[in-house]
Design a protein around this ligand. Structure first.
Ligand code: GUN
Ligand code: ZN
Length: 435
């Protein structure tokens, strides 16, 4: 977006991880605030009474009374090829993969099909207020090309990559390590750093990759210092028992990953439901990241993510919808499920922690916090305007609520895509709810 525009509304963003429910240093909240966007970047944010005098004569001011502006939400783990298998009945992880997921992923060898699905997927993210995502494609380069093509067209900060898998999976989803290396390299050269795109090497999970394939992942990570590694870890008990059979000499899953050279500050592990304290320590020591996928963990009956233990171990935690195991694109719905998952462990996910995880926390997990995650001057202007009036029950409670903590808690318990009024990428309006 060229030019300078000011948005006047309630405004919230985070400066650091909140250490408690009342950690006022970790965020800035302006009940009547101004956000100034210049040429797609944040120029300034602050209280209206302070900023209004400088903006009134020099730029348009769009005022949104009774609305809230936050940074765009960040989905740190989602599968775009699984849209067609969302809400598939009756199974837990391993049979669910075999019965529903592997069949639909095979369709993504067709570029035109993949393009249609990618277009639908990117629009769904934006419609739900999600402005950035770390996305699983499939093993087919067509699937990656189709997604990057769409995301580039929207100017979205999105990370994806080709899935690596060469065993315990149908033939049509297998690659040899040689082909995996050559195709991944081609995709990285073509896409990484184009617009706001990033690349992640995606070994699917421990059982689907031979040691030679993990070596391919490691080699690519060494050759390209700006790319990421994205995989699944310790999601389901039967899956973890399988690891033990495949690597009988290793003491646990994180030990396996260490031997495979897969830990590190650019490594992002989805789930981590079944991790013990040694494993959490090892992830922390290597600055590896975890992604909490609440709706998925409930849908597949995977278990209760040890959020507080991971947080205590000082591991960066992002939030993932994990569509199609997750049942909602809405990260608000996922925070609602996340809160309940912590309740079942006699813990609480505070609204501040929740919204931090969905914004700046996610940006840190993706090593993208120098570009996105909050409204510090110079960052890319990805933001959402929330309008509670579309959900009467939420609105009724929200308008009577004074504190930002209580307001955020209502948004995460009762809000969803209906309250996304507008979504912006680099200051450009990319979703506008008309009714
Ligand atoms: N583990 C390996 N592959 C998958 C997948 O596609 N979805 C989920 N939820 N877990 C996995
Ligand atoms: Zn997943």
């Amino acid at each position: 977006m060229d030019g300078t525009i000011a948005y006047r509304s309630g405004i919230l963003h985070f400066l650091s991880e909140p250490s408690s429910n009342t950690d006022e240093k970790s965020y800035e909240y302006y009940p009547d605030g101004i956000l100034i966007v210049e040429n797609g970047k944040i120029k300034a944010v602050g209280p209206a009474e302070q900023l209004l005098p400088q903006v009134l004569s020099s730029m348009p001011v769009y005022a949104y009374h009774n609305h809230l502006i936050t940074p765009g939400l960040i989905d740190c783990h989602v599968h775009y090829p699984q849209l067609e298998a969302i809400a598939s009945y009756g199974e837990q992880l391993l049979p669910w993969l075999e019965k529903y997921i592997y069949p639909v992923e095979q369709k993504f060898s067709d570029f035109h099909y993949a393009s249609d699905m990618a277009e639908f997927f990117v629009n769904e993210l934006l419609r739900h207020g999600t402005t950035s995502a770390l996305v699983f494609s499939t093993v087919h380069i067509e699937s990656v090309n189709a997604l990057f093509d769409r995301a580039l067209q929207k100017n979205m900060r999105l990370i994806s990559g080709k899935v690596l898998s060469d065993q315990h999976i149908p033939e049509a989803l297998k690659n040899t390590p040689e082909k995996a290396y050559a195709e991944s390299k081609g995709l990285i050269e073509k896409w990484a750093g184009e617009g706001r795109l990033g690349y992640a090497v995606c070994p699917r999970f421990i059982p689907s990759c031979s040691e030679s394939l993990w070596q391919v992942s490691k080699r690519l990570m060494e050759e390209y210092p700006d790319i990421h590694m994205h995989t699944h870890l310790c999601e389901n008990k039967a899956e973890v028992e399988w690891y033990q059979k495949l690597f009988p000499k290793s003491k646990n899953a994180v030990d396996i990953l260490e031997k495979l050279g897969a830990l590190g500050s650019r490594s992002i592990f989805a789930h981590g439901v079944h991790l013990n304290s040694d494993e959490l320590q090892q992830l922390s020591k290597t600055q590896s990241k975890l992604v909490f996928c609440p709706s998925s963990n409930l849908f597949l009956g995977s278990g209760l993510f040890p959020y507080k233990q991971a947080q205590k171990a000082k591991i960066d935690i992002g939030l993932g919808s994990d569509i199609g195991a997750g049942t909602s694109f809405s990260l608000l719905d996922n925070l609602c499920d996340g809160y309940k998952i912590l309740q079942l462990q006699n813990e609480t996910l505070s609204p501040l922690e929740a919204f931090y995880t969905a914004t700046l926390g996610g940006a840190k997990v993706l090593n993208s916090d120098k570009y996105i995650g909050n409204f510090l001057p110079g960052k890319e202007a990805d933001f959402v305007i929330w309008d509670t009036s579309k959900v009467p029950l939420l609105n009724h409670r929200y308008q009577q609520t004074e504190t930002i903590n209580d307001k955020l808690f209502l948004l995460m318990m009762l809000g969803d895509d209906r309250i996304v009024k507008q979504t912006y990428l680099c200051g450009d309006l990319v979703f506008n709810r008309l009714a």
